[in-house]
Ligand binder design. Structure first.
Ligand code: MOS
Length: 750
């Protein structure tokens, strides 16, 4: 597509790296060819809680091709990340691999075999004998010792206890979300290669700079001796935000055998040693008036974490800001268990927190005989009441999302009685929910170079995890310079480039736009200055008052501001006259701390779901999904829509399929494979639609754009269970919705 000028911002430009991906030319972490490479295969614990009494490597060591076997008894020293102290860098798990002789969770690496081939390493790993002194596993909240001390999160405003006691209408229910496992197509993987004292890591990472810092701290070497490369990422969903043990193991092994080492985390261990979304058990109590005004909310959460690190799934945060309610108390308690360390998974905190809140709102609407959308409008938060004093939202157009969604979905045709909407053999159920996600930005440095051959190059040590980041860099450079998209090279995913943000929290778009813009403007200014001073400059002639005329760059040409681009000269010519190969500028931008304190930044949305229940064959499917999103200006309507629809697909999986099931006997995730851990597939997904209401949020950045990687998932699970109730009369409070629940419920109501 050739678009220039302002219209390129917002245009549905195809991914600039798309052809590399579809032709297989894009090199993911383990695709990098490497001479003399060796392979690391882990020996993972088969118990959840134990002391390693003995590791016998005598047979394995003598097997063909085996180079070394590393375990706690012969490990090189690794360190804990310093970042945990000031939160400047963050590891997935602070305990370095092989730190001691303890096993804290099933699937923990207890040794790694390094061999000439993958098969040799795998064979030998199977022959490493580990003797455990086991202790009982704790994998369920009920089996854990009662948590001591105050809750990890406590929030209160007003006086929720008496308000709930005296409320005329009450809801008091407990909702459970199971542990979910990130299952990106591309598994976690590392190739580690030492060049003298420097280590180069080919990774599948959502944050090359953070990864570089953590590896520097944990390996105990200076940060400039670590380079992390992740030019492509086969998705992460949060699981690849922070470095996990395999990356350190690969680096240590490569040093020891003095060869590059490749370590691919097997799919089964993707369920243990690289994070997951933890289970949350959430009690929600709501007090309301007879006409549906919220009087009080209590939100109490129990959440497992691991024995080796602390991860907080901040589920109560959304409850404190989504609706207007004077009296609110929220508590969250962590329960350490014998599981791998949890980590953010798309929409962390808010997504699991919205499920009980939006479900309880639906239960309240039914009790009051109110339309669920009307109940939400009655309690609309005009300001963010979670702050004291309350803060205005930087930009909120949720009412419009509700209204457009309701209109487009046909919400007014909904008849509230359970099972009242039929379509052939199927019973339809309709549900809706509110969606929200934080809007914020961080700092970034971007370098933009304008080349004498008419091309441009933009670089930054952020990365594109499949969201479209490469493309929006090019869009901004093209918008400002008029250089066509296909003449703009974007280089990301390399920690040696100018400092860039981690791809997390839906913040990259808002973060990098101002930096790309500033760097491009800076580079243009340098070309303009050069145009004014070159020997045969047509712009030397003084304008009015003797000043040189104001020059701008349009369509790749430098020209006088009030004259057409054709009157000027191509920027290549300016560079050629000065015998310059290029002119470039590096710019760093950061959010304005005053604005961030003045406003509450959130994106919003409304999600509408139709399910079709066929009682004859006990089939439940989602048959329609509509999402309306208020996320400020959308920079690319193709990749933007792709983000929202992809998240909806994930939400349908969360509602109907996804659940990691632990075996109480050995703490093993039983369904640690693609046959048993079910994610949405094409056959599960109906036509999806997504509408953006576009109000630029100019408090956030000059484009008014927010990130949209997570919000699409936010309300789906609760909208689905609401629709399931509407179709069947069965209220599912423990995800995922299982056919067994529906059949049992039908028999009870029959
Ligand atoms: Mo997202 S869970 O911050 O990758």
């Amino acid at each position: 597509m050739s678009t220039s000028g302002n219209s390129i911002i917002g245009a549905p430009i195809q991914r600039i790296e798309g052809s590399l991906k579809v032709t297989g030319a894009a090199r993911y972490a383990v695709d990098h060819p490497m001479d003399n490479i060796a392979f690391g295969v882990p020996v993972a614990s088969t118990v959840g809680n134990a002391r390693i009494a003995r590791i016998d490597t005598s047979i394995a060591q003598r097997m063909p091709g085996v180079l070394t076997i590393i375990h706690h008894g012969n490990t090189d020293q690794l360190f804990r990340p310093a970042g945990q102290l000031e939160q400047s860098s963050r590891a997935g798990e602070v305990r370095p691999p092989f730190e001691d002789d303890k096993v804290y969770y099933y699937g923990q690496y207890v040794a790694v075999v390094v061999a000439n081939t993958f098969e040799q390493a795998q064979d030998a790993a199977a022959k490493v004998k580990v003797q455990y002194e086991t202790q009982p596993n704790v994998v369920e909240i009920a089996d854990a010792p009662p948590p001591q001390g105050p809750p990890r999160i406590h929030y209160a405003r007003g006086n929720a206890d008496p308000a709930f006691e005296s409320a005329p209408v009450k809801i008091d229910e407990t909702y459970v979300l199971p542990p979910e496992t990130h299952n990106p197509m591309e598994m976690h993987a590392t190739i580690a290669k030492w060049e003298g004292e420097k280590v180069i890591l080919y990774e599948s990472s959502q944050g090359v700079v953070n990864h570089q810092h953590v590896l520097s701290e944990m390996l105990g070497i200076p940060v400039d001796q670590v380079q992390v490369l992740s030019p492509f990422c086969g998705s992460g969903f949060g699981g690849k935000l922070f470095p996990w043990p395999h990356s350190l193991v690969a680096a240590m092994a490569a040093k020891r055998v003095n060869r590059p080492v490749k370590f691919v985390v097997p799919r089964a261990l993707m369920f243990t040693a690289v994070g997951h979304r933890p289970l949350t058990q959430q009690r929600m109590r709501i007090g309301a008036t007879q006409d549906g005004k919220l009087l009080s909310i209590h939100h109490d959460v129990f959440q497992p974490t691991s024995m080796v690190d602390t991860y907080v799934e901040a589920a109560t945060g959304v409850t404190t800001m989504l609706y207007s309610c004077e009296n609110l108390t929220a508590n969250q308690t962590l329960v350490p268990m014998n599981i791998g360390t949890p980590t953010p998974m798309r929409g962390p905190g808010i997504v699991p927190g919205l499920f009980p809140l939006e479900s309880a709102m639906d239960e309240l609407a039914i009790k009051l005989n109110l339309d669920p959308l009307e109940l939400r409008l009655k309690n609309y938060a005009e300001q963010d009441e979670s702050f004291s004093p309350v803060r205005p939202f930087s930009s909120k157009h949720l009412r419009e999302c509700y209204q457009i969604g309701a209109e487009k979905f046909g919400w007014s045709k909904r008849t509230p009685q359970v099972g009242s909407m039929k379509s052939g053999d199927e019973i339809l159920g309709w549900g809706m929910a509110t969606a929200t996600w934080h809007a914020s930005r961080g700092s970034a440095t971007v370098r933009v170079r304008l080349n004498a051959d008419g091309t441009a190059r933009a670089t930054c040590a952020t990365q594109d995890i499949g969201t479209g980041t490469y493309t929006i860099f090019a869009q901004v450079v093209s918008e400002k310079t008029g250089i066509p998209i296909d003449k703009i090279e974007v280089v990301l995913g390399d920690s040696s480039l100018p400092d860039g943000p981690t791809s997390g929290g839906s913040t990259v778009t808002a973060t990098i736009l101002p930096a790309v813009s500033a760097a491009t403007n800076g580079a243009i200014d340098r070309v303009i200055a050069a145009a004014q001073t070159m020997p045969s400059s047509p712009f030397k002639r003084a304008g009015a008052g003797g000043d040189p005329p104001k020059l701008i760059m349009t369509a790749g040409r430098i020209h006088v501001a009030d004259q057409p681009p054709e009157s000027g000269i191509p920027f290549q010519e300016v560079l050629a006259q000065h015998r310059l190969a290029a002119l470039e500028m590096e710019s760093r931008t950061a959010p304005d701390p005053t604005t961030s304190r003045q406003f509450s930044g959130h994106s919003f949305g409304a999600q509408f779901i139709e399910v079709a229940w066929d009682p004859g064959i006990a089939r439940m499917r989602v048959s329609r999904a509509l999402t309306v999103i208020d996320a400020g200006k959308i920079i690319n309507h193709r990749t933007g829509r792709n983000q929202i629809l992809g998240a909806v697909v994930m939400g349908i999986g969360m509602a109907l399929f996804e659940e990691t099931i632990y075996d109480k006997r050995n703490a093993k995730p039983l369904n640690n494979n693609f046959a048993d851990y079910i994610v949405s597939t094409n056959a599960d997904i109906p036509d999806l639609d997504c509408i953006f209401v576009e109000y630029p949020d100019l408090h956030l950045n000059e484009y008014g754009a927010r990130g949209i990687g997570e919000i699409g998932l936010a309300g789906i699970a609760s909208a689905v269970t609401m629709a399931v109730y509407h179709a069947t009369g069965v209220r599912v409070r423990k995800l995922p919705v299982r056919i067994e629940d529906l059949i049992a419920g039908q028999q009870m109501t029959a």
